[in-house]
Design a protein around this ligand. Sequence first.
Ligand SMILES: *Cc1c(COP(=O)(O)O)cnc(C)c1O
Length: 424
Amino acid sequence: MKDSTKCLHAGYTPGNAEPRVLPIVQSTTFKYNTTQDIADLFDLKTATFFYSRLGNPTCDAVEKKIAALEGGVGAMLTSSGQAATLTAILTIAKAGDEILCSSTVYGGTFNLMAVTFKRMGINVIFFDQQNETDEQIEAKINEKTKAIFGETIANPALTVFDIERFANIAHKHEIPLIVDNTFATPILCKPFDFGADIVVHSTTKYMDGHAVQVGGVVVDSGKFDWAKSSKFPEFVTPDDSYHGLVYTTTFGKAAFIVKARVQIMRDLGVSQSPQAAFYINLGLETLPLRIKQHSINGKKLAEHLKNHPKIEKVIYPGLEDSEYKALADKYLLDGYTAGVLSLVIKGGREGGARFIDNVKMASQEVHVADIRTCLLHPATATHRQLSDAQLADCGISPGLVRLSVGLEDIDDIIADIDQALEHV
Ligand SMILES: *Cc1c(COP(=O)(O)O)cnc(C)c1O
């Protein structure tokens, strides 16, 4: 199946006279015939459902759809994008370990990495994906380093991650590359095709698309050899909480995603509800149409604003003269680069505020990837916890406005933005 077909049909195939639309299985619990049936479940000998924190038929169908879209061996839905990153990292790292993370990641991810993981004893080292050489980045890797992490299209820096380059660096040191593919979605980029080992998403963004449901997902490529690397003893030695089961021996290529579920999800409980999965599935059904139109509108708006007298700079990886154009062409489908733009408004902090305070149709929202056009001023919102130096490290200047282009008619979007810019 091609992607548009997968979006409609993967993960759920109704039998005779069963619901055509994926049903919401609103049940925390499931029924068994014998004590042996239940014993087999707890020994992980059968892959049926036992409790909705660990798996649910509605969630399972959506997990299969997303795994099919990314080309992975399995996926696990989580309560949010933050929970996806949290569970992905905790499946492979513990106190005393280190993670190497691109400095231009989403503000929430940056806080999780720089503050909360540090408190948990996982030390996160940041690197400059654009300006540091391979040698400089490799110098930050040691025997404690467990993964490299970056975003396909960073929110809101809009840098494009050179997946192949960082996959090569990671594999040279026998560690996996984790890619946050939220902005690109598997329609525009399939990180596994370029060597990534694990993908995470905030499904809250384009996958849902309608701004109705917070959610996340972790996807396993099945390609990383956890047994070959000497860095992941937890994958190849018995897990006492499952009668000494060994993940790589029992689950083979799915070792990572099973461990994420039966160990980390079991203990942290950051699961997605079946109702949430239903909403995300509705979004996924039209994702290919929407993400392409967001990209078309985004490019038209970026081109229109590029030479606008009130704008210092338009950052959009789809622009011909963008420093990321070559990477965008390599990694993203047909030059589509989604609908998020960063605009540096003249007049700095005040100019940015004047601009967004005067939009009429578009709205100020702490969100992106909505079907409705929305804007945000990161320096006073998502990134307000960061110092000026950290802001600069994330590629954000004080006058920067993040604009997420919706699916309204592009003429109406341009008219609204133009009239708001007259107030700057
Ligand atoms: C929003 C976002 C997240 C966090 O996801 P939530 O669903 O808000 O928890 C992570 N990564 C990226 C790139 C995002 O845009």
